[in-house]
Design a protein around this ligand. Structure first.
Ligand code: HQG
Length: 190
């Protein structure tokens, strides 16, 4: 699988599981899961060159842990059905269960300079997604923001303070943390 095809397959799979399941012919349950075989079929309808092995490889080796795959139902019961979902990033209204992973005292969020005044005024909002996405390192926050701007501003998030005040933060995938919103009192400009 060439790098370009891998990227397109990954992007389509992310999009289908996060944003446009209907258009891809997928049905997500309320935890975001869909049947793995249905995803392979959907990818095959989009890219005639894509095989089940390509889909399996992209899902299993994603560097950010964008995908979760499990045999059994969402409650862990053994069934013949193999399920898959996006670990984070959704715009569709699904509800992910909390995670137990520890949360660093500081997290980071990279954004475009033109957003900063609004963010410091009203906090970080999920915008078109279900959650606000935070990063474990400044470098990762910079990479995230580079999707939007050539000149990122990195914000420091007082995650320990948020948790102490009863806000929930969950680790999703390998290096992403999500929360409902970040009120301005927890945000420092780096
Ligand atoms: C900004 C990728 C003005 C926010 C990444 C961001 C991430 C505000 C943009 C994940 C605002 C939303 C999500 C406010 C937030 N006023 N602007 N009050 N609150 N914003 O793409 O965090 O590679 O929805 O700063 O790695 O950039 O696809 O969020 O610039 O984990 O797996 O509104 O997507 O993951 O943009 O990225 P996005 P994001 P993948």
């Amino acid at each position: 699988l060439s790098g370009d095809r891998r990227r397109r397959l990954s992007k389509f799979t992310s999009g289908a599981l996060r944003h446009f399941p209907d258009d891809a012919g997928l049905e997500l349950d309320d935890r975001g899961w869909t049947e793995y075989d249905a995803l392979v079929d959907a990818v095959g309808r989009k890219y005639e060159w894509a095989t089940g092995e390509h889909v399996a490889a992209v899902i299993a080796t994603d560097p950010k842990g964008r995908f979760e795959r499990t045999r059994g139902d969402a409650a862990g019961n053994r069934t013949d059905t193999d399920l898959v979902r996006a670990a984070y990033g959704h715009s569709v209204d699904i509800s992910l269960e909390p995670t137990e992973s520890p949360v660093p005292d500081e997290l980071y969020h990279g954004t475009a300079p033109e957003n900063v005044a609004s963010i410091l005024g009203e906090g970080l909002q999920p915008m078109s997604r279900q959650h606000v996405h935070l990063s474990e390192s400044r470098e990762e926050a910079r990479r995230v923001a580079n999707r939007h701007t050539g000149d990122p501003v990195i914000l420091i998030i007082d995650a320990a303070g948020m948790l102490a005040d009863g806000n929930r933060i969950a680790k999703r995938g390998t290096e992403t943390y999500t929360t409902d919103r970040v009120p301005p009192e927890y945000i420092l400009e780096a």
